[in-house]
Design a protein around this ligand. Structure first.
Ligand SMILES: NC(=O)c1ccc[n+]([C@@H]2O[C@H](COP(=O)([O-])OP(=O)(O)OC[C@H]3O[C@@H](n4cnc5c(N)ncnc54)[C@H](OP(=O)(O)O)[C@@H]3O)[C@@H](O)[C@H]2O)c1
Length: 256
């Protein structure tokens, strides 16, 4: 495991939650950070905090739903620091959403918020890293909910599963170009935004713990990283069970 030092790290979705804490953890050791999200004041405050503690940080407010805006962020990182060594695609959102209440527009919105935001960065990053001498690492904050259809999180599960599949294909295709891919699958994390969504959250961990897991994954670069282990073991078990049995357990969990 190599500690991350002297790298240019782009974090998409860094204005709050896991992404902001990953930025704080990587803010030293000669790393150069590029942080982006839509909320400019939160980003600016984070960048100021990092600079005040001696770190190097560029903040660029941009909406990852817009392909050109995402390409412009990658270009801004390259203009400022000469390249991107590591990108963490962390933007995403999974609200409580029952399938008998959603609209078609809701499902499309969740797909865009969790899949399009990945694609919009993936394409310019692949172009950029493919031309870099040492390639680069593209990591995505997926979810354990992306490994199976979780009740009340169906559209989110589906969008995260799509992102994982796309990244799995890219990993195989682009290994010869020196571009590595890591999909990171957290369980429930106690971030501000999900604190009152009403969903049951077994084995929930803190935002800081999640950020440390993410940094470890960026250091080790596994194809897939899963945490915390109790939730990962639960999901693995549910996937191995006969469908009626796993459906029974999931229905009970979702009703809690
Ligand atoms: N919390 C959990 O339990 C949990 C569990 C598994 C996986 N995850 C995943 O972890 C990632 C981080 O989530 P979090 O829990 O830390 O929540 P969060 O605090 O809401 O973080 C989401 C980040 O994404 C940014 N973002 C959202 N839409 C964006 C857009 N269109 N363009 C640019 N940035 C955008 C948000 O900033 P702006 O609003 O300022 O744009 C924010 O910085 C997400 O992908 C989520 O699916 C979370």
């Amino acid at each position: 495991m190599a500690r991350i030092t002297g790298r240019t790290v782009l974090i998409v979705g860094a204005s709050s939650g896991i992404g902001a804490d990953v930025a704080r953890l990587l803010a030293h050791d000669g790393n150069r950070l590029v942080v982006t999200a839509r909320r400019a004041p939160e980003l600016a405050a984070l960048a100021k905090e990092i600079r005040a503690s001696g770190g190097d940080c560029l903040d660029v407010a941009a909406d990852a739903l817009e392909p050109q805006a995402a390409a412009d962020v990658v270009a801004a990182a390259v203009a400022e620091y000469g390249g991107v060594d590591i990108a963490l695609l962390n933007a995403g959102q999974g609200p409580d959403m029952s399938m008998d209440q959603v609209t078609v527009a809701d499902v499309s919105r969740i797909m865009a918020l969790n899949y399009d935001v990945v694609v919009n960065y993936l394409v310019p990053l692949i172009a950029q890293m493919g031309g870099q001498r040492d390639g680069g690492l593209i990591a995505h904050t997926n979810s354990l909910a992306g490994l199976m259809g979780i009740p009340r999180q169906g559209p989110y599960s589906a969008a995260k599963a799509a992102a994982r599949t796309l990244i799995d294909a890219a990993r195989i295709e682009l290994a010869p170009n020196g571009i590595r891919f890591t999909s990171i699958h957290p369980g429930f994390v106690a971030t501000e935004r999900i604190s009152e969504d009403g969903l049951p959250k077994p084995f929930q961990i803190s935002q800081e713990q999640a950020a440390r897991h993410v940094v470890r994954a960026l250091e080790r670069e596994p194809a897939q990283a899963y945490f915390p282990w109790p939730t990962a073991a639960l999901v693995r078990t549910l996937r191995a069970l006969p469908t009626p049995l796993s459906a029974f357990v999931l229905r009970r969990l979702a009703a809690r």
